[in-house]
Ligand binder design. Sequence first.
Ligand code: PLP
Length: 396
Amino acid sequence: MTTLEQQAGERLDKIRAQELARYLLELGLAEAGRVVYQDREYLNLAGNDYLGLAADRDLVAAFYNQLNEQTLLARFGPGATGSRLMTGNHEVNRELEEGLSRLYAPGRVLVFNSGYHANIGILPALAKKGDLILADKLCHASLIDGMRLSRARVVRYPHLDYERLATLLAEKRKHYGQVFIVTESIFSMDGDTTDLGRLARLKEKFQAVLYVDEAHAVGLRGRQGLGLAEEQGVMDTVDLLVGTFGKAWAGQGAFVICSQVLREYLLNTSRSFIFTTGLPPVSLSWLLFVLEKIPEMTRQRRQVRQLADGLRTGLQEHGLQTGGSSHIVPVLIGAADFAVRVADTLRTQGFWVTAVRPPTVPAGTARLRLSLTAVMDWENLAPLPRLIAEAMEMRA
Ligand code: PLP
């Protein structure tokens, strides 16, 4: 009989042989969009600190300047002490939800511990046997896990294929109770954007429920940085809008904007909301602190956009295959091992780039995922297209 360790070991060997192994590396935060690894600084093109807030020393210092005898526990406490429904709901929870409510929709905000918690908790609570979920093929793993945990039937439509989605709705709508259309607004691995207006029209036409994960768009898109739904003028039509705090907000947690009834229902039934310790006061206070600033960060939003436009143009000029239209810029490489070799070469040149490989992306589409932040300068990025092209030639 093989032991569990032997079994796991054999599976690990296979993962390693396919160049798909993952490792934990210890990185330090540095300013201006950089990270430190083993005493060397790199331009961080693999992070999600899109507005550059996580390593803004002045900002972080201003946050901790609020720390004093009086605020120590209520606003800087390190632990929530319980689930939000038990002893873990504090004044900072209410203040954060009220603050988000003022920006998004009065009384219709519920904060979760992370985007992963939100996505694995919302669909299973709402989508039941006899319901149908129609999800974009490239939806994030957390959404996929949420679908798996629900009892609804799941059909994944080809990425951004609205015609196919319309056909599915026309064929299937009448056979199901509720139908959920699930998408990201900016796709995390391709950097392309959804036409939410089109989905909103389909949702209205077929009386479906529209669920949009804005993890990569909050902070960056829309006049006030509320996300792509704000930019495309469809905030009122999205039934469930999920935003996360771990990326542009440089914190931890997530929120959903929905109707008051759904908010009440989710806090009663969503297992990943109920059965977990709430976020600590110190994390919530940071989010409250950042909340005041994000709507004003127009200059940073413009900077990220300009950097991304410049980089895409440069990549195309060097014959590289890219796509999308956001601050996430993919460079398609193909085979997983080739992508790893190219990323390694770029690292030796001071760029922290990771190869995104299956199962995160479909087989044969391994890529570099370059994510940009508002604190980078064009001078930092300008050499990159040439260096990638050279690395591909050299390591082919
Ligand atoms: N949704 C999308 C589209 C994501 O890319 C991610 C994070 O990688 C998540 C949800 C999960 O968010 P969190 O990191 O807050 O758990």
